[in-house]
Write a protein that binds this ligand. Structure first.
Ligand code: G4P
Length: 279
């Protein structure tokens, strides 16, 4: 399944981020815990060179908890601190606050040795669309004290949110785009709902989803829909349609409806925590 998707405003967003990133000491990269590899942009390693780094495995509530831990360990093995998070509910926010301090420690120590005192560490959030950047920033901002005003040298409109006496966060996130050259990346991002459904062949996508579940989460389809799992994807969708009363006027199975129902269940966690990628 080939997915072609190249948003037009990408170049401008990239340029804005490249200049914003120069203003910060710490880059907080949000990835989707269900697809931590596909939801990263490899450019970030170059863009965030010489910066302190923190990776947040967001939407961890929709992923497989044991795999979340494996990813944390994998990032640690790459020298990057990673923490799992549910930005929507706030679960994990405390650990994130601690991790921000931890990631900034070296920088604060360096400042102290140079005699620079009380200069807060500056951070920004980056990630691909829909990964939860705004939700995360809002959640931090609610806890934080009043925003500090515009400062000279900062792009007009940028505001800094003071998280505590040591850390300030840029209130606008940097938007990155995933790589789409690899077919699997496109399929994984479409399955989690990060690609506009209007450009997708949803039936084909559902087939891909069913095949993946058959392979890495056997038992899931049977448990949720009571269908025979070993069948071909189309047969399974027809069975789901029957079980879930997706029936057309003439009495035939409405597979289009079953496709949407299945994808919605998968994306919203009703099939349980699903991790499509493992380290
Ligand atoms: P962005 O700025 O990176 O583009 O993402 P944004 O914060 O707008 O979040 C995209 C969607 O993901 C939102 O859902 C948001 O509620 C949801 N979300 C963010 N973090 C988490 C998380 O940790 N877990 C879960 N389950 N969802 C999360 P939405 O459908 O656009 O809005 P709503 O239905 O939540 O109102």
């Amino acid at each position: 399944m080939k997915i072609q998707w190249y948003p037009g405003h990408m170049t401008k967003a990239k340029r804005t981020m490249e200049s914003d990133i120069k203003l910060v000491d710490l880059v907080i990269e949000l990835v989707d815990a269900r697809v931590p590899a596909s939801s990263r942009n490899p450019d970030i390693d170059r863009l965030a060179q010489h910066k302190a780094r923190l990776v947040l495995l967001n939407k961890s509530d929709l992923a497989d908890e044991s795999i979340n831990r494996q990813w944390e360990a994998w990032f640690a093995s790459q020298g990057i601190l990673a923490v799992r998070l549910n930005a929507k509910s706030g679960t994990g926010m405390k650990a994130v606050q601690g991790a921000i301090q931890e990631a900034c420690k070296e920088k604060m120590e360096r400042d102290r040795r140079r005699g620079i005192l009380n200069r807060p560490v500056r951070a920004m959030v980056v990630g691909i669309p829909n990964v939860g950047k705004s939700t995360f920033i809002n959640s931090l901002a609610r806890k934080a004290a009043a925003k500090t005003g515009n400062k000279p040298g900062v792009t007009k409109g940028n505001q800094w949110i003071r998280l505590n006496k040591n850390v300030e966060l840029l209130d606008t996130p940097g938007i990155l785009w995933p790589r789409f050259e690899d077919e699997t990346i496109g399929v994984h991002l479409a399955l989690i709902g990060s690609v506009n459904d209007e450009i997708l062949n949803l039936e084909e996508l559902a087939f891909e989803g069913i095949q993946i579940l058959q392979k890495i989460y056997p038992g899931t389809l049977k448990e949720r829909y009571g269908v025979e799992e070993g069948e071909a994807p189309y047969k399974i969708l027809t069975s789901i349609a029957q079980v879930r009363n997706c029936i057309q006027k003439g009495g035939e199975a409405d597979t289009d409806k079953a496709v949407r129902l299945f994808l919605d269940d998968l994306r919203s966690g009703r099939l349980g925590g699903i991790s499509l990628e493992r380290p």
